[in-house]
Write a protein that binds this ligand. Structure first.
Ligand code: SAH
Length: 252
């Protein structure tokens, strides 16, 4: 009798056909950087789809206007509610009901757990703002959640969309080779990842830590765990606090 390794059980089932739909004034930006490396290979294999909806197609008047000056005055332009709603309704008719987010500096933080949540969906619709953003009435009326990739202001939602899609696609079945590596990464279990090393053993007088070369896997796992804890505690007190609270809970 042959005993198959546990890897067999982890073999990807190539059924994933996750749909990214990006509503944007600049569809030519996609797939852009998402054509490269593992995420690009997954696109070529059909593990995910990159669809764009050009917002300009829904503009009004003979100049296909999409924006107008802010009510109440002030700098910049605002994307019109009627234009964006037409683009959004068309997207829902074409691609069906998918979770829909407006990328926005004011949004809820995009996190690894959100990436995992989206990877379990059939896909996502991402609305990219430009200028000063989107008319608030559209967001309220269509109950669109806002998602931010960090506490800084980009000039448009497209670069945020790249980040969200990249983070989700690498979690889809069949995209990454080493499946086990996903469980040890930063933010899984609320810890940052331990330091990594590779050949040469000595580089500019710096040695790889001995413990990693001694082949004692239990000791290596302990060392890595301790390193992950130390790094998290010193660099990300917020994450560390969550980790401590969760490990207290699991001791109960
Ligand atoms: N006036 C807005 C910023 C507009 S920036 C404000 O102060 O909040 C233009 C567009 O870039 C936004 O509509 C949004 O789609 C995108 N954007 C900017 N920063 C972002 C961030 N941190 N995360 C996600 N999208 C962002």
């Amino acid at each position: 009798m042959t005993i198959r390794s546990v890897d067999y059980l982890l073999e990807p089932i190539m059924i994933s056909n996750w749909k990214a739909v990006i509503i944007t004034l600049f569809p030519e930006m996609f797939p852009g950087p998402l054509q490269t490396s593992v995420v690009g290979n997954a696109l070529n294999k059909g593990l995910w789809e990159c669809n764009t909806v050009p917002m300009r197609d829904f503009g009004v008047g003979k100049h296909s206007q999409v924006d107008d000056t802010p009510a109440g005055g002030g700098a910049g332009m605002v994307l019109r509610a009627d234009v964006v709603s037409n683009a959004l309704d068309h997207t829902h008719q074409t691609y069906g009901a998918l979770p829909t987010y407006y990328l926005s500096a004011r949004g809820a933080p995009f996190t690894q757990s959100k990436a995992r949540e989206l990877a379990d969906e059939k896909g996502v619709i991402l609305l990219c703002g430009r200028f000063e953003g989107v008319d608030e009435r559209l967001l309220k009326a269509r109950q669109i959640e806002e998602l931010s990739i960090g506490d800084f202001v980009l000039s448009g939602g497209e670069i945020a969309a790249f980040s969200v899609i990249d983070a989700v696609v690498r979690l889809l079945p069949g995209v990454l080779g080493g499946k086990a590596s996903l469980f040890e990464e930063s933010f899984e279990n609320d810890l940052l990842e331990y330091p990594q090393y590779t050949r040469p053993r000595v580089w500019e007088d710096h040695r790889i830590p001995d413990v990693l070369l001694e082949g004692d896997h239990k000791k290596i796992a302990q060392w890595r765990r301790q390193q992950a804890k130390d790094l998290t505690q010193s660099r990300r007190p917020d994450l560390w606090q969550r980790y401590v609270q969760n490990s207290l809970k699991s001791d109960d």
